[in-house]
Design a protein around this ligand. Structure first.
Ligand code: NAD
Length: 347
């Protein structure tokens, strides 16, 4: 399987395949860039159809982490790991320890953390074999990053609303939240507390109904959320929520949510721009969790300092939106340019 010629390769520094016969481990660790610091990125455990699919995913995700850490102003680079396995069936302590040994063999160039298919409990097992694990919690508190991610998305949304709709106040703002899982539910509560009117959806009907009642929100079917008459659309479910068809249907003038890889393809950013919809680059908006994980590595961890750092997402977006407006471009390529300026040495 060609790695150097892979369409997602983009100058990765190192790609490591790891195998452990006894536990059945088949894993890939991708280190995109370590110029700002060690490569931090989650471990995804997923039953990929084949190795090629796993390689594409890990390369794309690892590069994204370099951009995310650079714009979150963290002393970290970008990396990611995948295990080709079904997390419900194949995830054994032996498999996780073997993964820990693979992470350890990179001597700290890659730091792992939880991602889809892996939990905080799994990280504790991996930590039996390596010190290079983030997101284990701090001072007895849970390592769940989602409240921090939601705080960052809330700050991002305020910036996007200021630039896209010219308003400071969220009272009466209509927001559609797609997916009310860990991050989406926190975000919806924050928006409700700020006086926003919510339209919510999820494929999990029970959790949705409970939250809808609590927040006096309108509930719609998953396929109807993109047609909601709202000011802001907040994708907080899966990736690729924004396709060409969805962009044509959106009523919202602002898109800002937690989901990773919201654009089904890069040119969707231009379609949003052409329709006058302000798109908030996803990896900037959803960096709150990684910011908190990075702070857990510091001896001077303070919750107020973490929250202040996360609030900096708003200022970064103010800069991105202002530059995008000046240059008449979508904020997505402007964010990419700004990130590259931060991780590539100036000539
Ligand atoms: P989660 O699994 O807790 O929540 C996702 C929710 O979306 C679930 O309730 C699920 O039922 C729902 N959903 C799935 N498909 C849907 C569909 N078609 N329509 C409507 N709802 C649907 O995940 P999460 O931790 O809340 O993360 C949400 C998104 O944010 C993911 O894309 C994740 O990669 C991204 N993200 C999360 C964090 C974090 O700290 N958890 C950090 C960065 C990015």
């Amino acid at each position: 399987m060609p790695v150097f010629d892979h369409p997602e390769f983009d100058h990765h520094q190192q790609v490591v395949h790891g195998c452990d016969e006894a536990s059945g481990l088949r894993a890939i660790i991708a280190i995109h860039d370590t110029r700002r610091g060690p490569a931090l990125g989650g471990l995804r455990i997923y039953p990929y159809a084949d190795e090629a699919e796993a390689l594409t995913d890990v390369l794309r995700l690892s590069r994204g982490m370099t951009y995310k850490s650079a714009l979150a102003d963290l002393p970290l680079g970008g990396g990611k790991a995948v295990i080709i396995a079904d997390p419900r069936r194949d995830k054994t302590p032996e498999l996780l320890r073997a993964m820990g040994r693979l992470v350890d063999s990179l001597s700290g160039r890659y730091i792992t953390a939880e991602d889809s298919g892996s939990s905080e409990a799994d990280m504790r097992v991996i930590a039996e074999a390596t010190d290079h694990v983030g997101g284990l919690g701090h001072a007895g508190r849970s390592g769940d990053p989602s409240p921090f991610t939601a705080h960052g998305v809330f700050c991002a949304l305020r910036s996007a609303v200021r630039h896209g709709l010219g308003r400071e106040d969220l009272a009466g703002l209509r927001v559609a939240v797609q997916g009310v899982g860990h991050v989406g539910a926190h975000l919806a509560r924050r928006l409700h507390a700020a006086g926003a009117r919510l339209v919510l959806t999820d494929v999990d009907r029970d959790a949705l109904a409970r939250l809808g009642e609590e927040l006096e929100a309108e509930i719609v079917r998953p396929e109807a959320i993109v047609d909601a008459e709202v000011d802001v659309f907040a994708p907080c479910a899966m990736g690729a929520a924004l396709s060409a068809e969805v962009v044509e249907r959106l009523k919202a003038r602002v898109v800002c949510g937690a989901a990773n890889n919201q654009l089904a393809s890069p040119e969707i950013a231009d379609r949003l721009h052409a329709r006058g919809i302000l798109y908030t680059p996803d990896y900037v908006a959803n960096a709150g969790g990684v910011i908190e994980i990075a702070w857990q590595r510091r001896p001077d961890y303070r919750r107020e300092a973490v929250m202040a750092h996360i609030e900096g997402i708003g200022a970064t977006l103010d800069e991105i939106f202002a530059r995008a407006a000046r240059e008449g471009r979508s904020p997505a390529p402007v964010a990419d340019d700004l990130a590259r300026e931060r991780f590539r040495p100036t000539p």
